[in-house]
Write a protein that binds this ligand. Sequence first.
Ligand code: PLP
Length: 460
Amino acid sequence: MSFPATLNDPAHIVEMDRAHVWHHLTQHKAFETAEPPVFVEGRGLRLWDIHGRELLDATSGGVWTVNVGYGRRSIADAVHAQLLALNYYAGSAGSVPGSVFATRLLEKMPGMSRVYYGNSGSEANEKVFKMVRQIAAQHHGGRKWKILYRERDYHGTSLGALSACGQPQRCADYGPFVPGFVEIPHCLEYRAQFHDAADYGQACADAIEAIILREGPDTIGALCLEPITAGGGVITPPPGYWERIQDLCRRYEILLHIDEVVCGLGRTGTWFGYQNYGIRPDFVTMAKGVASGYAAIACTVTTEAIFDQFKRAAPDDMDYFRDISTFGGCLAGPAAALENMRIIEDEGLLNNTLLMGARLHANLLGLMGRHASIGEVRGKGLFWGIELVADRTTRAPLDETIVQRVVAECRKAGVLIGMTNRSLPSFNNTLCLSPALVATAEDIDRIGESIDRALTACLG
Ligand code: PLP
């Protein structure tokens, strides 16, 4: 691929960036010595930086977003056509792409029946928190207003979503938080908190039940969980976990909110992560992969039973959902999302995710045989975490700076991989892989090789 001719002064662009842009989730001190990365083009899994260097992106845009890969002309064309026809009208009105996308999306989500549009994962989750509170206010006499969230999960950056944040690094210093959010323990058996449990799924459920009883079941409106915890360590649930969660929700009349912002739209080889576990949610939120980053769109999806509670038309008419998202009415979002979904279907990307996911998993297990620093490999589909340890027997976590060096070594070799957030106070030691769902066997093998070499370079 030719490098864009328009970019004839890369150094100037980098200088402007360094001088004026505040990067997300970045310690800028690093840019006093190193150059900030600036990417200019992408095709499939390949990215080109401003100096024309090619990289294989095993992160789908850094944060599990570009599910169908870079450079999709058909999505750009769909957005272009929609913007020329009509770019925007507030979401109080209907739209052609909004109604078609909602219909297609719900076909993939049996039991769900309404889509509320917004434009970020945080916002989609905030909508649920508000809906739960409004249901509590209007149907439970103000009770059932609390929301349970899980240690190591993340639901977004706004203060409401940060109140439901199980990752200390993300929320420290930003309090005081919104009241009514209650933490439950994470379910990572490798970092077990319930030591002698013969059935870890049951032990987790027992701990959650104890919290429900402590708080009072009539105070708890919803339980908000990632189907597989992403940034908090790529945590897959222990066997039986979800059945028991579902059972607790039924028993104590707690609404189940599944945050599919990362897993949604194919990442785990099913349309949604929850569909791997037979979960029947009351709310599902999604954002990143919905339009693969070609437009900003998020959806809060719920059932008709929930929706019905917002249209009683009481005399004071306060029971409709009094919420708006200005850019939830931008029609680039559903236009891009429709084409994104068509691509996943027509190119068989769910199946490719399963096939390539199995190859990646086998690859990583092979690496585990060669590198004692790999403590555990976890994941599903094209969504994997590699937990690195200093000692396999004690499971002492590998020092974060060494994990960062492993990521840097991969990058030097032309492969972008990620690492999770500091999800426990003391350590951050999990490499994160989430290539686009179009990954080929060659891509997968190259990702594995680069990690192999990087581990050897950093740890021998
Ligand atoms: N939920 C999960 C599971 C996420 O990983 C994220 C972001 O990484 C969010 C919500 C927040 O999404 P956004 O950054 O679009 O607000």
